[in-house]
Design a protein around this ligand. Structure first.
Ligand code: PMP
Length: 287
């Protein structure tokens, strides 16, 4: 396995970062999770746009042009000989000193890891996940703006810990006002009487690339979609609930906080959206 590290390709054993790296010391950096399907970097432009926007917002200079970054992704995939997998692209503030000051970090570090992906078994897409809501709230202050995909994932990790304690794969996080925001690493959708709902990102959700792809698919397939705030009550009484994410794709939820959703399996619209989503994954992107 070859890992891209600041322009070099190194083995896993040699892919090392300094203990003075501000990504390590302070979570000062950004990242993207991207899928490759049949040699296609799915929604490559959308992921790079989000990465460069996150960088601009936190005043992080990415030492590669957009074109060079895309070329580095393509080359890392080629060297690893993978047609299907998951790419983790990380840009950290780089090594500095123990102080917070990013001025002490002369150059950002870029890491690209390409791996095989072990995600939910196919059966889970038919039966749906069991989920719970958790007490952890989505942070929305400036630095933890959900639009910035930063390395500060402690909040999401606390959600994941609560999901683990409840024995479920993904949990539902609310914002400080009690509106449903998202999962630990997935966006959320509900369906009621044929209408598809997802919270607007200002509620406290990442502008997920899969979320955007599903919204586009809804428009194309003629499903009415509303981006509006909703509460746990709306989730409990929904006909269908599903999560979206780069790793999870479109995964149905069959139970939330002990309430059965719909018939307790993946519903028809969720299933249709997943089918249509899988038709575009090796087309829509960069070969
Ligand atoms: N929300 C959070 C907090 C995430 O980390 C992710 C995964 N990147 C998502 C939602 C889903 O976004 P995407 O579809 O771009 O993977």
């Amino acid at each position: 396995q070859w890992i891209y590290l600041n322009g070099d390709y190194v083995t896993k054993e040699n892919a090392k970062v300094s203990v003075y790296d501000h990504g390590f010391l302070y979570g000062d950096g950004i990242f993207e999770g991207i899928r490759i399907y049949n040699g296609n970097i799915f929604k490559c432009k959308e992921h790079l746009d989000r990465l460069y926007d996150s960088a601009r917002s936190i005043m992080l200079d990415i030492p590669l042009s957009y074109e060079d970054m895309q070329a580095a992704l393509v080359e890392t995939i080629r060297r690893n000989g993978l047609r299907d997998g998951y790419i983790r692209l990380i840009v950290s503030r780089g090594p500095g000193n123990l102080g917070l000051d990013p001025k002490r970090c002369p150059s950002a570090w870029v890491v690209i890891i390409v791996e095989q992906l072990a995600i939910y078994p196919e059966e889970a897409y038919r039966s749906g996940l069991v989920s719970v809501s958790v007490s952890q709230r989505r942070n929305i202050p400036d630095a933890l703006n959900p639009k910035i995909k930063s390395l500060n994932y402690l909040n999401n990790i606390l959600v994941k810990i609560q999901a683990n304690l409840a024995g479920v794969g993904e949990a539902i996080m609310l914002n400080a006002q009690g509106y449903v925001a998202e999962g630990s690493s997935d966006n959320i959708f509900i369906i009621k009487q044929g209408v598809v709902y997802t919270p607007p990102c200002y509620i406290g959700a990442l502008e997920g690339i899969t979320r955007a792809a599903i919204m586009e698919l809804c428009a194309r397939l003629g499903y009415k979609l509303k981006e509006e705030p909703f509460t746990l009550h709306d989730v409990y009484v929904a006909d269908e609930v599903f999560f979206t994410g780069t790793a999870a794709e479109v995964i149905a939820v069959r139970e939330v906080d002990g309430r059965m959703i719909g018939k307790g399996e993946a519903g028809p619209i969720t299933t249709h959206l997943l089918e249509e989503f899988r038709k575009i994954v090796d087309v829509d992107g960069v070969k």
